[in-house]
Design a protein around this ligand. Structure first.
Ligand code: ATP
Length: 199
């Protein structure tokens, strides 16, 4: 599995539809200051579910939408699609190509799609768990993060090893199962109360 294409429309400085193909052998994106290199890496993190406007260098989520220049009016919607090559079926999804899309409108409407079908953010997180491509994975290391890893507490550093070892998926599922068990136990207590009242 690998990231084969990124398509951006209305995201930060990419007002028009911009398609970047990550062909085999492509190892670097270079360009002059301000040309949008960081915006591209933020676009990738955004689709993977980044919810913090600050970590995308903005104040509000609306700041990811192209906000105009002297020559151009702002647009109303930002949309980014990541296309993953899944020929090796590394991701548990029976398609050779998987597209993941996030869009955000100035009125606050947000949408997530997998292969053009509307999904919840959770479905995207679930699909990418332990694939190395999640929002918090280490496939994207921002400036300062290396130092932060060295300075982090042992417990915090442990999550890095857990992510690399692929155990986060099981922790996530365990938490989900515990949540469902708690809910079932609540429901059971309620049923017992009702039975008690009827007796
Ligand atoms: P450097 O090499 O200096 O780090 P870079 O190539 O990483 O630069 P970016 O930081 O990705 O460049 O791009 C910065 C540009 O994006 C700035 O010109 C900024 O005005 C523009 N920009 C950021 N957000 C928006 C937005 N919402 N609408 C329009 N332009 C934006």
């Amino acid at each position: 599995m690998y990231l084969s294409r990124v398509e951006m429309t209305g995201f930060k400085s990419f007002a028009d539809k911009t398609v970047i193909e990550f062909n085999e052998g492509m190892t670097a994106v270079v360009g002059p200051n301000g040309s949008g290199k960081s915006n591209l890496s933020e676009a990738i993190r955004w689709v993977l579910g980044e919810q913090s406007a600050k970590s995308l260098r903005g104040n509000r989520m609306e700041d990811v939408i192209f906000n105009g220049t002297q020559a151009r009016k702002p647009v109303n919607i930002a949309k980014v699609t990541l296309v993953l090559n899944n020929e090796d079926r590394y991701l548990d999804y029976d398609f050779s190509e998987i597209s993941i899309t996030r869009s955000y409108n100035r009125n606050g409407d947000s949408q997530y799609l997998i292969n053009n079908e509307q999904v919840r953010l959770r479905d995207i997180v679930d699909l990418l768990l332990d694939s190395g491509l999640g929002k918090n994975s280490f496939s994207i290391i921002s400036q300062g993060q290396v130092e932060q890893i060295f300075l982090s507490k042992p417990e915090e550093r442990r999550t890095i090893f857990e992510e690399a070892a692929g155990v986060q998926k099981y922790q996530y599922r365990k938490t989900e199962a515990e949540r469902r068990l708690d809910k079932s136990s609540d429901n059971l207590s309620r049923v017992k109360d009702i039975i008690h009242e009827l007796e």
